[in-house]
Design a protein around this ligand. Structure first.
Ligand code: ARG
Ligand code: ZN
Length: 471
């Protein structure tokens, strides 16, 4: 028998903690959320609404320490549950009471509360921890990139376990307060709006808030010495870009690229509809990596992206992900095409607008570069497999699929689909199949064959010829 919550407030909350139930009614939450590519990612039995991270980081030693407070709601009667996390934990409390915990494997934290947690009730988990993220190796790899003056967490599909405990899968998005204290003269950059910063006893604390649902891998932290520029868009959104003071010859080109963030976002709004978040910007730490990541509201860019001069196209790619990837997220990781195919196609549209080649011309070029026996064509963008999740084919063949769609349904329907989709699935999750159905509905055409050819066949399709060619 479960007591129902009849009155709000502290009294009702304390009654909930005292629900009597036999142990048999309660079972452990699954150690994974059910993603076939990454069985250990995420967990079952609860849904997180908010993360509050209160941390301190010392660049000299790489020591990260602090407390994560997680607001969640149970989705089953739980005897215990997991968080995904790799650093050393010293204490866990569940609804105020000390809980038992154990590390199982590299990245699972198994938590057993003093009493079972009834389905559908709010639960607050406090995890106190400390560790050196660069020392956490999973399959020999660390996603924490140490720099001469700090460190950076920005990786896909998984970066959170190196710095905070979470339900580490895009299916469970939440809002975030990230508060990080660093030595004076150093900055801590994260997502959303910088609510405040203040200094005492030689340490400066930065308080960041991201107030729309956000996937754990899109939550970022960068500590280092940065030059920061701030602005507001005409619509009132705060814009904040951060550049490592140590970008060397790439500094000018980095700034010439990121300072176009507002312009790019305004153009993307004409294609995808209203920007979905509370802040804009980007950051360039002095890392040696060569990728970029669409960390929510504030993408991460590697300095190498600017080695050949300004690169507005990469800004277009990462900002396009704010709609396609961040607001609308993959359901399972095999749906990665709904992120990368569209972010790549946005770059083609930008080129079209800038007069540097139309999307059709770029599609023809990319297609011609790949002979029929190029292994490129064996990768299925609709289900590439975990080891090929970020293969170039997911991007380029993924964008070719969109050019084929555009040619099949015409510009009016195509752009209606591009703009309607982020509205239809705003702040949610979607599968490749959902997109196929959506495009069929908006265009009124059967499209299963077209998408099967472009997303699921391990061979080269016929070229996505322009509509009027050959008719
Ligand atoms: N989503 C990122 C992008 O827009 C891909 C990051 C892949 N990670 C990596 N280490 N390559 O390009
Ligand atoms: Zn991308």
């Amino acid at each position: 028998m479960h007591r129902r919550l009849i009155a709000p407030g502290a009294l009702a909350a304390s009654l909930l903690l005292a629900i009597p139930a036999s142990a048999a009614d309660f079972s452990p939450g699954a150690p994974g959320i059910g993603d076939p590519y990454y069985p250990a990612s995420g967990n079952g039995g609860y849904d997180v609404s908010h993360y509050d991270l209160r941390l301190k980081y010392q660049p000299v030693t790489d020591l990260l320490e602090g407390t994560a407070t997680i607001n969640a709601r149970t989705t089953q009667n739980l005897s215990r549950f997991n968080l995904d996390f790799g650093l050393k934990v010293s204490e866990v409390r569940v609804n105020g009471k000390k809980a038992k915990f154990a590390k199982t494997g590299d990245q699972e934290l198994e938590i057993t509360p003093a009493a079972g947690l009834a389905k559908g009730t709010p639960v607050t988990v406090v995890v106190r921890y400390a560790g050196k993220p660069s020392e956490l190796k999973i399959d020999g790899y660390t996603a924490w990139h140490r720099t001469p003056d700090g460190g950076v967490a920005a990786q896909e599909p998984e970066g959170a376990v190196w710095w905070f405990p979470s339900n580490d899968h895009p299916l469970d998005k939440a809002t975030y307060d990230v508060s990080v204290s660093v030595p004076d003269g150093t900055q801590a950059i994260s997502n959303g709006v910088l609510q405040s910063q203040s200094s005492r006893l030689g340490w400066t604390r930065f308080n960041w808030r991201s107030n729309k649902p956000q996937a754990s891998y899109l939550t970022t932290l960068a500590v280092g010495k940065f030059d920061i520029t701030t602005d507001k868009t005409e619509g009132g959104l705060p814009v904040l870009n951060a550049y490592s003071k140590d970008l060397g010859d790439n500094a000018g080109a980095a700034r010439a690229s990121l300072e176009r963030t507002t312009e790019v976002a305004e153009w993307l709004e004409t294609v995808f509809g209203k920007y979905p978040f509370n802040a804009l910007g980007g950051y360039v730490p002095n890392v040696k990596t060569s990728y970029a990541l669409e960390t929510q509201t504030r993408p991460f860019y590697s300095p190498s992206a600017f080695a050949n001069g300004s690169n507005a196209s990469i800004v277009v790619h990462e900002l396009a992900h704010q709609w396609y990837g961040d607001s609308v997220s993959v359901h399972h990781w095999k749906d990665i095409w709904v992120n990368e195919g569209f972010a790549r196609y946005s770059q083609w549209l930008w080129s079209e607008k800038e007069g540097e080649g139309t999307a059709q011309e770029l599609a023809d070029y990319v297609y011609a570069q790949r002979s029929a026996d190029d292994p490129f064509w064996t990768v299925k963008p609709g289900d590439p497999g975990p080891d090929k999740q970020f293969h170039i084919a997911v991007y380029d063949r993924g964008a070719l699929a969109l050019q084929a769609l555009r040619n099949e349904i015409g510009d009016d329907a195509f752009f209606a689909v591009l703009k309607g989709w982020p509205q239809q699935y705003k702040y949610g999750n979607a599968k490749v199949g959902d997109f196929v159905k959506y495009a069929e509905r908006i265009s009124g055409k059967p499209l299963a064959d077209l998408f099967d050819t472009w997303l699921y066949q391990p061979s080269r399709p016929d070229a996505p010829a322009a509509r009027d060619a050959g008719f």
